[in-house]
Design a protein around this ligand. Structure first.
Ligand code: SAM
Length: 345
């Protein structure tokens, strides 16, 4: 306890501004890594507040860049900050930050898409899946090209309880292009309802945070950015393997502007396509004339369960791939016309 009676909290000492760090280390944003930086620390504080109370929490920040959000995380009293940055040009600036917060910052110069979380946090922080959340939080303002494949990868990890989620139901606060954030959080009444809505909401409680206008970034991207907060559910709303759910959801949304039976059809080989589609929709008790965007999570659960039953009865069914069949057909057609052209009299 400090003499004033207030609890002593960690504050970073005065450091060069983020703008000065960018100049000092000549950190010109590169297009290939879609780099757009936040220089306003009031805004980075607001982002970190959205993540909730981080006091004594182990935080992993993905793509810290020049370290604006990292500073706000450190000022929120975290126990430890793990920074994962792909671009080595940022490492000296992040080391400066690490020196200002002795013993609190770990820097990893790696690609988040291939980074394994095996040694990321002390093992004693692990919690059983059914228990409360572990004192670990993932935060990231990532490039759009990375955030969508990454969230799909992490959703699969949540389903398998591996990767970062081997520590338990870790919460995440991540940024997405505004339209993607709308899709992730869209309900059945929303026009934005999509594959991403189902895949994220069957595994997590997904909440939309505030939107950051493009002009808040340097350089300014073409689009606005929205924060999304994910909390993995104890019980997923669909209890089937991730790849099976992904296949059903992807197929149904393949024809998002047509009745759902159009998408359901491509789950089955041509020979008995109509019959099997009918069987699937009947068993799932789903009206074939509903649009994919109007299907509830409960209806997707029924579709996945019915499809699983059909796959168990026919072991070749899950491996069936409509696109491959289409490709083979096109190739066969092309070869035929090709030959026909060259050898016709
Ligand atoms: N967090 C900083 C901020 O808000 O100002 C930088 C945000 S910038 C949009 C994205 C950052 O992610 C960059 O620093 C970039 O180098 C980094 N990055 C891009 N792809 C990455 C990847 N695959 N793994 C780790 N970091 C990545």
């Amino acid at each position: 306890m400090a003499a004033s009676g207030k609890v002593a909290t960690f504050r970073l000492p005065v450091l060069p501004t983020i703008g000065e760090i960018i100049k000092l280390f000549k950190l010109k944003a590169t297009k290939e890594l879609s780099q757009n930086f936040l220089l306003d620390l009031r805004l980075t504080d607001k982002i970190v507040k959205t993540a909730g109370n981080l006091k004594d929490v182990y935080v992993c920040e993905v793509g810290p860049g020049p370290g604006g959000i990292s500073r706000s995380i450190l000022n929120s009293g975290v126990a430890d900050l793990l920074l994962i940055e792909k671009d080595s040009r940022f490492i000296p600036g992040l080391q400066l930050l690490s020196e200002a917060a002795p013993g609190k910052v770990r820097i990893v110069n790696e690609d988040i898409l291939t980074y394994t979380f095996n040694e990321a946090f002390p093992k004693h922080l692990s919690k059983n899946w059914e228990d409360d959340h572990p004192d670990i939080h993932i935060i990231g303002n990532l490039p759009f090209s990375v955030s969508t494949p990454l969230i799909i990868q992490w959703l699969e990890n949540i389903s398998n309880r591996d990767g970062p989620f081997s520590y338990g139901r870790i919460r995440m606060t991540l940024t997405f292009q505004k339209e993607v954030a709308e899709r992730l959080t869209a309900s059945t009444t929303s026009r934005q309802r999509s594959r991403l809505s189902i895949m994220s909401q069957y595994l997590c409680t997904v909440n939309k945070g505030f939107t950051i206008p493009g002009q808040a970034f340097v350089p300014k991207p073409e689009v606005d950015v929205t924060l999304v907060h994910f909390t993995p559910l104890v019980e997923p709303k669909i209890k089937q393997p991730f790849k099976l759910v992904e296949k059903v959801v992807q197929s149904i949304f393949q024809y998002r502007r047509k009745f759902c039976h159009h998408g359901a059809r491509i789950l089955f080989p041509e020979d008995d396509r109509l019959e099997k589609t009918k069987q699937l929709l009947m068993e799932a008790d789903v009206d074939p004339t509903l649009y994919p965007t109007k299907l509830s999570l409960f209806q997707f659960k029924n579709l996945c369960n019915a499809y699983r039953k059909m796959c168990d009865e026919d072991p070749d069914l899950f491996a069936y791939n409509y696109r491959e069949e289409l490709k083979k057909k096109k190739e066969a057609n092309f070869k035929w016309t090709d030959k026909d052209y060259f050898f016709s009299p």
